[in-house]
Write a protein that binds this ligand. Structure first.
Ligand SMILES: Nc1ncnc2c1ncn2[C@@H]1O[C@H](COP(=O)(O)OP(=O)(O)OP(=O)(O)O)[C@@H](O)[C@H]1O
Ligand SMILES: [Zn+2]
Length: 753
C-alpha cells in the first residue's frame, strides 16, 4: 500500500496547482521558503503543508493569504521541519509561488495551538490545513491586514486598552509572547461566595497544588446532581486567575452558556470574560476569539469549538458534563473536545477538571485505574436529598379501550403531578422526541408519512401543519387526505413533545391552582427556541414560577438549577433500552439521572421530590441502579459487559462510513477498502485489528443517498492508528476508481455504531 500512496502522490505532484510556473513572477534569491498549512482539496491527494516564498522570515503560526491554483486561500505558517520524504520531493525555490499577504497585524498562533491542531489532524485522520482553518473563526479567514487592524482597534477600545496602532508592528516579530496583562481594577464590593461544603473544600484542597505542579493532572469531579460542581469550577478558576492565567470552561450546549456566563460574571466582576459558540454573530465570535488570543480575556466559556481557542496563558480547563455526546463533532474532523481537553491540558501544563454525575465509561475507567485523579462529591448541597425514584410498570396500568391510545401519563403519575400543582410546585415531563407525532398513518390503506428521500418517517408538526423529516429536513404541508387512497381520516401515531403538551393541558384542565386559574403548561424544545433569546425567556418564566408543568426534550434536563421542581417524569424512555447501539444504555442512564437531578434541588422541598419512570421493562437492571442513584454499580455492570464484548473502553473503534446513490456501490467501496486494509495488515502485522463486514446504519438512506458503514476495532490504539494512517490515503484513489461514491469519511472513536 505505501507504494500505491507514493504513486498517487507523484501523480498528483505533476498536476499540483501550486507547482505550475510562478504566475506572480517573483522568485527573488532573498525570498524565504515557508511551510504553509492550507486547505487543499482532500481528494487531490496533495500534501496539506505546502512550500511558498515569503519576502521576510515569518514566525510559525503567522496567518497568511496564499495562492492555490487560481484561488487565494488563508493559510498558517506551519512549524517544524519537512520530513525526509517531503524534503526529497521539495520543489526548487524557482518554482514556488510567493505568499500574497502575511497578516502581521495578528500575533502568530502559539506553538501549542499548532501542536493541538496537528495532533487533532493526525488522530482523527484529517489534513492539518483543513483542521487549522476550520477551527479559526470564519470571519478571520476572510480578513486582510487592514480589516484585521480595524477589528483589533475596536477590541482594544472596548477593553480600554491602548490603541494597537500606537505600537510599532515590529513587536510581533521581536516578541512572540503577548505582553503581561495589567491587573484590572477590582470593584469595591467583592462578590458573595458561599462557604464551601466539606466535600467542596476537600476537593479544592486536592486541586490547589495542581496549579503549581510541574505536570498537572487530569481530574474527574464525580459529583451527584446538585452537589455544587459549579462552585468548584468557580473556585478553581479563581485560583487560575490569581496566578495570572486564563481559564477555559466548556459546556456541552449553547443553551447552557448564558446561565453559566451569568454565574461567572457575577463571581468575577471586573474580570474579562468572553464566550465562544456557534450562536454568536461572526463579528462577535471573532472579537471574543481575538480577545482570548491576545491574552485579554481571562475567562473563556464555550462549547466544543472553544477547545481550539488560542490562550497564551492557559491555566485551567474545565469540561462540564464531560459525558455529554455534544462534545463530539459530527462532521469534518470528528474530534472529541473532551478528549482534546485532556491532551491540551497536558500539552500546556494546565490542570484539567472533567465534571459529571454520570461520567462516560471511558473517563470512569481512567479514574478507577488512577490515570485521572478521582474527586468525589456524594452529597447534595445543604441537606438536599436526591429524589425518590419510582418505576411504574406500564403493563399493570389500565388498558385503553379498543382503538384508543393510552393516556400520556398513567394514573399514579398523573396523581403525582396534580399533587404538585395543588402545592404550588413544578413538574417536569421529559420526552426525548419533538414534534406532534413521529408518524401519520392511514387506517384505510396503511399509508404512512414516510420521507421520499430517507428511510425514515416524517414527523407531524401540528403548529405549522407540516410533515418534516428530521434527517434531511424535507418538509411539506400535511395532506388533507391520504395521498394513496383519499381517506380523510389520517391519524397521528405515537407522541412527541408537542402532542404531550396538548394532552397534558387536557388531562389537567379540571385542576385548579392554589392561587386560582387553570394550570399553566409550557414546552421547551428545539422547536420553541429557534429565535434568539426565546430559551432564556422561557427558562426565566419557569424560574419565576409562572409555569406549573414543563414539557420538554433533554434540553430541559441538563444543567438547569430549577428550584421549584419537585417532580420529574420520564414519559417514554423505553425506546432507548433496545437500541442497537452499545452506548444506548449508558446514555439513557445518564439522561434519566440528569433529568431526575432537576428535582428537589431546593433543600426545603427535597424530601418530597420524586422521579417517575413509565416503562414496560421495569425489571431492567438500569432502573434498579437508577432507583439506588448508584452510578458506580451501573458502571460496573456496563464495564463487565463491555469487557466481555471487547467494546470501549476495552477496545478502540473507528467507523468508515460511505454514501452513494446505490447501496451496492457503497458496499463495494467498503468491501474493497476492507480487502486493502487486510492486505496491509497481513504484510505489516496487525493481527489485533479486526475489520467487520460492511452494514447499513439504522437509518440507511438519508437525502437520497444510501449509507453503509464498516467497523474497525482493536484493543491497541496504536495499531488502529497505524492502520488508518496508512490505509486512508489509498481510499482517495479507490474512490475515484469507483463511480457513484458521493462521499466517505472515517470517524475515530465514534459515539454510536
Ligand atoms: N457551598 C455552597 N453553599 C451554598 N450553596 C451552594 C454551595 N455550592 C453550591 N451551592 C448551590 O447549590 C446549587 C447546586 O449547585 P450546582 O448547580 O453547582 O450543582 P451541580 O453539581 O452542578 O449539579 P448538576 O450536576 O445537577 O448540574 C446551586 O444553586 C448552587 O448555587
Ligand atoms: Zn428525509
Amino acid at each position: 500500500m505505501p507504494g500505491l500512496v507514493d504513486n498517487c502522490d507523484a501523480g498528483f505532484v505533476m498536476s499540483m496547482p501550486h507547482m505550475t510556473a510562478p504566475a506572480d513572477g517573483a522568485t527573488q534569491a532573498s525570498a524565504h521558503r515557508v511551510r504553509v498549512a492550507v486547505e487543499t482539496p482532500q481528494h487531490a491527494g496533495m500534501a496539506d503543508v505546502l512550500d511558498y516564498l515569503a519576502e521576510a522570515e515569518l514566525p510559525p503560526g503567522t496567518l497568511l493569504r496564499v495562492p492555490l491554483g487560481r484561488r487565494e486561500l488563508p493559510g498558517v505558517v506551519w512549524p517544524g521541519e519537512p520530513s525526509a520524504e517531503e524534503a526529497a520531493n521539495a520543489l526548487p525555490a524557482g518554482q514556488l509561488r510567493p505568499v500574497r499577504e502575511a497578516l502581521l497585524a495578528l500575533a502568530p498562533l502559539p506553538p501549542a495551538w499548532c501542536q493541538l491542531v496537528e495532533f487533532t489532524a493526525r488522530y482523527y485522520q484529517r489534513a492539518i490545513g483543513e483542521v487549522a482553518l476550520a477551527v479559526l473563526p470564519p470571519e478571520l479567514r476572510k480578513l486582510d491586514n487592514t480589516g484585521l487592524a480595524k477589528r483589533l482597534k475596536r477590541l482594544h477600545k472596548q477593553m480600554g486598552l491602548p490603541d494597537p496602532d500606537a505600537k510599532p508592528k515590529k513587536r510581533r516579530k521581536a516578541d512572540l509572547q503577548p505582553e503581561p496583562e495589567a491587573v484590572p481594577e477590582v470593584p469595591a464590593s467583592p462578590p458573595v461566595r458561599p462557604a464551601l461544603t466539606t466535600e467542596q473544600a476537600e476537593v479544592l484542597a486536592r486541586l490547589s497544588p495542581q496549579f503549581e505542579a510541574e505536570a498537572p493532572a487530569c481530574h474527574l469531579l464525580f459529583g451527584v446532581t446538585g452537589s455544587g460542581k459549579t462552585e468548584v469550577y468557580l473556585r478553581a478558576a479563581e485560583q487560575a486567575l490569581a496566578a495570572g492565567r486564563q481559564a477555559l470552561v466548556l459546556v456541552p450546549e449553547i443553551n447552557l452558556t448564558p446561565q453559566l456566563e451569568a454565574r461567572f460574571a457575577e463571581r468575577f466582576p471586573g474580570r474579562r470574560l468572553v464566550s465562544l459558540h456557534s450562536g454568536l454573530t461572526p463579528a462577535q465570535r471573532l472579537q471574543n476569539w481575538l480577545s482570548a488570543h491576545e491574552g485579554h480575556a481571562e475567562l473563556v466559556l464555550g462549547t466544543r469549538l472553544a477547545i481550539f481557542c488560542p490562550l497564551p496563558r492557559l491555566g485551567l480547563i474545565v469540561v462540564d458534563e464531560e459525558h455529554d455526546p455534544s462534545y463530539k463533532q459530527q462532521d469534518g474532523a470528528r474530534y472529541s473536545a473532551r478528549d482534546l481537553a485532556v491532551y491540551r491540558g497536558k500539552l500546556e501544563r494546565a490542570p484539567v477538571l472533567l465534571g459529571s454525575a454520570t461520567p462516560s465509561l471511558e473517563t470512569w475507567q481512567h479514574a478507577r485505574s488512577g490515570r485521572y485523579q478521582l474527586l468525589t462529591m456524594a452529597q447534595r448541597v445543604g441537606q438536599g436529598a436526591l429524589p425518590a425514584v419510582r418505576v411504574v410498570d406500564m403493563a399493570k396500568q389500565p388498558t385503553p379501550g379498543q382503538g384508543q391510545e393510552a393516556p400520556a401519563l398513567c394514573p399514579p403519575v398523573l396523581a403525582a403531578v396534580r399533587d404538585r400543582i395543588e402545592r404550588g410546585e413544578q413538574s417536569l415531563l421529559f420526552l426525548n422526541r419533538r414534534g406532534f407525532a413521529p408518524v401519520l398513518n392511514c387506517g384505510a390503506c396503511g399509508w404512512k408519512s414516510g420521507c421520499p428521500h430517507c428511510s425514515a418517517w416524517r414527523v407531524f408538526h401540528k403548529l405549522d401543519r407540516t410533515l418534516r423529516c428530521h434527517h434531511c429536513g424535507f418538509a411539506e404541508r400535511v395532506p388533507k387526505a391520504c395521498p394513496d387512497c383519499g381517506n380523510l381520516d389520517i391519524q397521528p401515531v405515537g407522541r412527541g413533545t408537542e402532542r404531550l403538551e396538548e394532552q397534558i393541558a387536557t388531562l389537567l384542565q379540571d385542576v385548579e391552582r392554589p392561587g386560582g386559574g387553570s394550570v399553566r403548561v409550557a414546552r421547551i424544545d428545539a422547536d420553541t427556541t429557534r429565535h434568539k433569546g426565546s430559551l432564556e425567556e422561557q427558562l426565566a418564566a419557569v424560574h419565576a414560577g409562572e409555569v406549573d408543568v414543563l414539557v420538554g426534550t433533554q434540553m430541559i434536563t441538563k444543567g438547569h438549577d430549577f428550584r421549584r421542581v419537585t417532580l420529574v417524569a420520564a414519559v417514554n424512555p423505553d425506546s432507548a433500552l433496545f437500541a442497537a447501539d452499545f452506548r444506548a444504555a449508558e446514555r439513557l442512564f445518564a439522561s434519566l439521572l440528569q433529568a431526575g437531578g432537576r428535582a428537589g434541588r431546593d433543600a426545603e422541598a427535597a424530601a418530597r421530590s420524586e422521579m417517575w419512570v413509565q416503562t414496560w421493562n421495569p425489571q431492567h437492571a438500569l432502573f434498579a441502579a437508577l432507583k439506588a442513584h448508584d452510578f458506580t454499580a451501573f458502571a460496573a455492570s456496563q464495564l463487565a459487559e463491555r469487557e466481555m464484548a471487547g467494546l470501549p473502553p476495552y477496545s478502540h473503534l473507528a467507523l468508515l462510513r460511505t454514501e452513494a446513490r446505490e447501496g451496492p456501490v457503497a458496499e463495494a467501496f467498503l468491501q474493497q477498502a476492507r480487502d486493502a486494509a487486510q492486505a496491509w495488515l497481513k504484510t505489516h502485522g496487525g493481527a489485533d485489528v479486526m475489520l467487520y463486514a460492511p452494514v447499513p446504519p439504522p437509518v440507511a438512506k438519508v437525502a437520497g443517498l444510501e449509507r453503509r458503514q464498516m467497523l474497525i476495532e482493536s484493543p491497541s490504539r496504536g495499531a488502529l492508528q497505524r492502520l488508518l494512517a496508512n490505509w486512508l490515503p489509498e481510499l482517495h484513489v479507490l474512490r475515484s476508481s469507483l463511480k457513484g461514491i458521493a462521499r466517505w469519511a472515517v470517524d475515530v472513536d465514534p459515539l454510536s455504531i
